[in-house]
Design a protein around this ligand. Structure first.
Ligand code: PYC
Length: 322
């Protein structure tokens, strides 16, 4: 076999309520751009090999969210972050922010206290509690459209709200599928069909933004919690956590319906049973959600790239649902 040249990228993995975050510690590409959004676009356009090789098989899987940590762009912030996955980038990621803060604590680069993190969606304020719990005070969330009905290919009609929680969500309550792990493939297919119909019917977020997260909501299984969700992520994987931006979107809808008041807690259960505690404050008329959860370190890894490896840049598959 011809000798390979080797290249290494150092990452630390964690999970937040079951959903993995892979923080790049060494070997990140240099990004260009005047703003974080420009750098996100540069990453998206010019670093897809890096993205796919860090996230996809054989080194990873489509459920991993990567975090590229950059110097802060705003005064008073600790760092900036660009989150990425098997198909692209995320504007913001709640579970990923909790994973990032846990990782920064693990590497002793921060202590308990308040840390602001700049994201392409805006600056979020995190609180690392000495207990290990992490609160993310998210960007402003809002319901954009109420009761949007969709006719699915099987003739079923569903309705839902379009809301922003740092990413765009369609939140559907009348799907009729019990939210438990035994129904995973049905939930994934169903959510993907909703996504297809949103696109086919030209239903989008503000400024025509693609609605790339589908959230099916239902009753909690535990009496301690207020609701359960199943969230389909942009690349076809489902969120093992209650989804921080999805919980924020849900809180915006509850606030719009008068079903949750400022300061009240909403215990959001995921399809795996993990929980985020959510609440919101009103700044003028604006809903600012906070979510609290925790994360655990799972691995410190040297990802190795051999130039002779035909799959060096990972296996890019069409999303499993397409
Ligand atoms: O926690 O916001 C979140 C998230 C988005 C996609 C996966 N997790």
């Amino acid at each position: 076999m011809a000798p390979s040249t080797l290249h290494k990228i150092v990452v630390i993995d964690s999970h937040t309520g079951g959903e993995p975050t892979r923080v790049v510690m060494e070997g990140a590409p240099t990004l260009h751009g005047a703003s974080l959004s420009d750098m996100r676009d540069d990453f998206m356009r010019n670093q897809s090999h890096f993205r796919a090789s860090v996230i996809n098989e054989p080194r990873g899987s489509d459920i991993i969210v990567g975090a590229l940590v950059l110097p802060p762009v705003n005064a008073g912030s600790t760092a900036s972050v660009i989150f990425f996955n098997n198909v692209g980038v995320l504007n913001m990621c709640g579970h990923g922010t909790i994973g990032l803060i846990r990782t920064m604590w693990y590497t002793k680069s921060i202590e308990p206290g308040v840390h602001r993190i700049d994201t392409p969606a805006g600056t979020v304020e995190t609180m690392l509690h000495s207990s290990g719990d992490i609160t993310v005070r998210n960007v402003a969330a809002y319901r954009y459209k109420h009761n949007v009905t969709l006719r699915l290919q099987n003739g079923q009609t569903v309705s839902g709200d379009v809301a922003w929680g740092g990413n765009w969500f369609y939140l559907c309550h009348d799907h009729g599928i019990p939210l438990h792990l035994g129904n995973l493939s049905q939930l994934q297919q169903f959510s993907w069909e909703i996504r297809r119909q949103l696109e086919a019917n030209g239903i989008a977020g503000a400024d025509g933004a693609e609605i790339d997260h589908i959230e099916l909501t239902g009753p909690a299984h535990s009496a301690h919690n207020n609701g359960r969700n199943f969230v389909l992520c942009p690349g076809g994987a489902y969120d093992r956590s209650p989804c921080g931006t999805g919980t924020s979107a849900k809180i915006a809808c509850l606030a719009a319906d008068g079903k949750l008041r400022p300061g009240e807690t909403w215990q959001q259960e995921s399809i795996t049973g993990s929980v985020f505690a959510g609440s919101f404050e009103l700044v003028g008329e604006v809903v600012i959600p906070s979510i609290t959860g925790n994360a655990f370190i799972t691995a410190e890894i040297n990802l190795v790239f051999e130039s002779a490896d035909p799959l060096m840049n990972g296996i890019t598959t069409p999303t499993s649902m397409s």
